[in-house]
Write a protein that binds this ligand. Structure first.
Ligand code: CUA
Length: 196
């Protein structure tokens, strides 16, 4: 099969074959689009992190998920809301298939709140819509998120990581109440609002 054409690259291409220069040009354009998207997304991550205190969970604290109930920070008596000496609140919760314990916690508005969560089984999600709270709850680790509620009300907290057949029914509540009301509550009433 002798090639008789004097300059093989100049031969007309069969139908449906795109010339190499066109392919290279198109690839370069798409590369540009991808790089721009990456730059925009990185900028969004950095800017929202700086302006809305939204940041990827980076709290690397470990805990043995098999002994949570036996004592330590996540023993049953420590769950719920506790007031620190400086007036800030710490809320400790455990996620497990398919619920949070306690499933209703009380916090005060205009107060620094720190949530500390861990999981007994698989990965769950902890999300409070209209706040900066959104983190994964990974067994073996303690997730920590800090926030401040500006408006009183009930904040629903759906599990936002698929965790099994009952995932859709896994949600709890945070009840944000005015500061004065919170201070008038007894410590047991502050700890959770499960009975109400
Ligand atoms: Cu827990 Cu989805």
């Amino acid at each position: 099969m002798a090639d008789t054409h004097p300059d093989p690259p100049q031969r007309p291409l069969p139908d449906g074959i795109v010339p190499a220069e066109v392919v290279a040009r198109t690839e370069k354009r798409w590369l540009g689009v991808m790089v721009t998207m990456l730059v925009v997304m990185m900028a969004v991550v950095v800017l929202t992190g700086m302006t809305h205190a939204i940041s990827p969970p980076s709290n690397v604290e470990t805990i043995d998920p098999t002994t949570l109930h036996l004592g330590g920070e996540f023993a049953e008596s420590n769950l719920g809301t506790a007031q620190e000496r400086d007036g800030s609140l710490t809320v400790r919760l455990i996620g497990g298939q398919f619920g949070f314990a306690p499933d209703c916690t009380k916090v005060a508005v205009d107060t620094a709140v720190k949530f500390r969560l861990t999981s007994t089984d698989v990965i769950h999600g902890f999300l409070l819509p209209s706040t900066n709270v959104n983190t994964m709850v990974v067994p073996g680790f303690i997730a920590e998120v800090r926030t401040r509620f500006t408006r009183p009300g009930i904040y629903r907290m759906p599990c936002n990581e698929f965790c099994g057949a009952g995932h859709h029914g896994m949600w709890a509540r945070v009840s944000a109440v005015p500061k004065e009301h919170f201070q008038s509550l007894a410590p047991t009433e502050r700890a959770s609002c499960v009975q109400q």
